[in-house]
Design a protein around this ligand. Structure first.
Ligand code: SF4
Length: 393
């Protein structure tokens, strides 16, 4: 069935789009669930059945019990929803997971491919062995990377429960962790676990998205000149450092959260001495150490919600989230940590027009943008995700 192009919906007035969306939601009732990440626009948040961060939305997907999920987030989130929602379903019984823009990816997730991870595992194995080495992948990763972790006794984690996952792994003191793709979340959690820097080593897999984003950050002044040249040759290993390591970090990062700096924290403290600073743990270690608090999107929300009227918070995370806090808590002062708060452009590609088009496809039984993870990948990835959901943050 040929669907009308997105431009057809983009030419509609917002009121018409809202009316069409509301009508479909009414007609489909509990057969449809709309899951929306906190980083979405206000008008998308307004049509959500569930709003959450990666952990909350994963849990919602695993308990959905509907026929179709519209996932307003980036691709790895829709893949995760497909794996969890269809854990015990087959054939006609499967939940159809649709993304309004299935091409909306996550640059951090793109920083680690399965081939690069397999190569790294082999090289580390040849250098120091992989006995006791547990792969832990931030949920911001491809289904293939999660599947590798599931197959090797490893875990997925979110920023809400990364510490709980690491505690679970290190309940066995002989364990070591290979953490990917986010070096900053891994380094922050390792520090909270009490591991000294010499027990935390970096691994460069030669990923081209890492290199390109380091180049951009150097050009924009957020990383020092020479950072590209300092990237180790792909797969280079220091056996001595690896032998001492309890945590090996992939060198991926979120290009947005990399833009928060200690200088920004110093500036806001000077301007508003009463301020409390909270940042996301995808920020670099020195930024997290300089802040008053660090935590997942949900934790940031809970902190601001629980603060007394008149409290002043500076927030170091994605722009839409900060705007939502400013909107939802008018009796508190919510300041952006940096003057130019970074926005996740992939998240921002989702609009009422793309949502309306996707919903009409779902209702017609011929949706575009269906996200399906192949069974041979979904099954081992599910192992890593189920281990993740067992670890509460
Ligand atoms: S904010 Fe960063 S980590 Fe989150 S989806 Fe966007 S690029 Fe990925």
């Amino acid at each position: 069935m040929t669907r009308k192009p997105l431009s057809y919906y983009q030419s509609m007035p917002e009121e018409t789009l809202r009316h069409r969306i509301d009508s479909i939601r009414r007609r489909m009732g509990s057969r449809l669930r709309i899951l929306v990440h906190y980083y979405q626009k206000e008008e998308i948040l307004a049509i959500a059945d569930d709003v959450g961060d990666s952990f909350g939305l994963s849990a919602a997907a695993s308990k959905s019990g509907c026929e179709a999920i519209l996932f307003c987030g980036v691709r790895f989130m829709a893949e995760t929803a497909d794996i969890l929602a269809n854990a015990n379903r087959e054939g006609d019984n499967r939940v159809t997971v649709v993304a309004p823009n299935p091409d909306a990816g996550c640059r951090m997730a793109d920083m680690a491919t399965l081939a690069e991870l397999e190569n790294a595992w082999r090289l580390i194995g040849e250098a120091v062995g992989t006995d006791g080495l547990v792969p832990v992948t931030y949920v911001n990763s491809s289904a293939e990377v999660k599947a590798f972790c599931g197959m090797h006794g490893g875990y997925a984690c979110t920023s809400s429960n990364a510490l709980a996952v690491m505690r679970r792994v290190f309940a066995n003191p002989d364990s070591r962790v290979f953490f990917l793709p986010d070096q900053h979340l891994g380094r922050n959690v390792a520090a909270w676990m009490g591991f000294p820097p010499e027990q935390v080593v970096s691994y460069h897999g030669g990923n081209s998205v890492v290199r390109k984003n380091v180049e951009h950050l150097v050009a924009d002044g957020f990383l020092p000149a020479g950072s590209v040249e300092e990237l180790a040759p792909a797969g280079a290993l220091d056996r001595g450092a690896l032998r001492a390591a309890k945590v090996i970090l992939w060198d991926g990062f979120c290009p947005l959260h990399q833009r928060f700096t200690v200088a920004q924290i110093d500036r806001v403290r000077q301007a508003r001495p009463e301020v409390s600073v909270v940042v996301h743990p995808e920020c670099p270690r020195e930024v997290v150490a300089a802040a008053d608090q660090a935590g997942s999107t949900k934790k940031i929300l809970d902190l601001v919600a629980a603060a007394p009227d008149g409290a002043v918070w500076a927030i170091g995370t994605e722009r839409r989230m900060v705007e939502a806090l400013q909107r939802d808590f008018p009796t508190k002062t919510v300041l952006p940590l940096s003057d130019e708060l970074p926005m996740c452009y992939s998240m921002n590609t989702i609009t009422l027009a793309s949502v309306c088009r996707a919903l009409e496809g779902i209702e017609s039984g011929h949706p575009d943008g269906v996200v399906t993870v192949e069974r041979e990948i979904a099954q081992p990835a599910l192992l890593a995700l189920e281990r993740m959901l067992q670890c509460k943050g």
